[in-house]
Design a protein around this ligand. Sequence first.
Ligand code: HEM
Length: 198
Amino acid sequence: MPARIPLSWPIHAYAWGGLLLLLFQALSGHLGPNPIQALELRTGRGAVIFLLLSLACTPLHRLFGWQEALRQRRRLGLYALLYATLHALIFIHLDYGLAWSTFQQTVLEKPYLIFGISAFLLLVPLGATSFDTWKQRLGRNWKRLHRLVYLVLLLVVVHVALSQKGNLLTLQGQILRPLVYAVTGGLLLFLRIPRRRR
Ligand code: HEM
């Protein structure tokens, strides 16, 4: 595996390119019959993709000694947070026009939102403490704290599974996406475990 391919530019290009394309499509009316829903879905999917890519960094380093992957971990995680923030803001602002009482009512009616909000609330401190100063300040606890990213992924899988017409437990209906997220996340977690412990 090549040791010195700088990945930051392709990552920036993918992240900002995706957002610019979305903005362009929104402004030019190319987001289909339900543009707000399209914005929600695409920012949500973007957040999961960046989350999974950030989780892939440690296994890539472990398996192939790929240092560059480790260097990109924080960047990918922060892009996951950016996309998740936009996803949440689009829902709260465009869908509900910041009408808090209606928003609260909807959250109570749709349990998948509780899982999404919980995932988001956990993701924020992980993003905020991802910088080196926090790493030094928190010492060993930094690693413990950042293991919560797997809980974030679990919450997101439930959030997505419940938001669609399918049942992940009986494997019926629209379950492909949450299943792919769950299996990929599980595999990445498994690959993280050192070989001798496995
Ligand atoms: C405040 C937190 C959140 C809110 C209010 C929220 C809201 C929503 C809503 C309303 C949908 C359904 C859209 C539809 O079917 O019309 C949805 C789906 C989704 N959300 Fe969230 N969400 C939140 C957090 C998150 C987070 C943290 C992630 C990922 C890191 C995420 C990823 C997704 C994905 C992937 C989908 C499904 C997209 C698809 O159908 O392919 N959400 N969310």
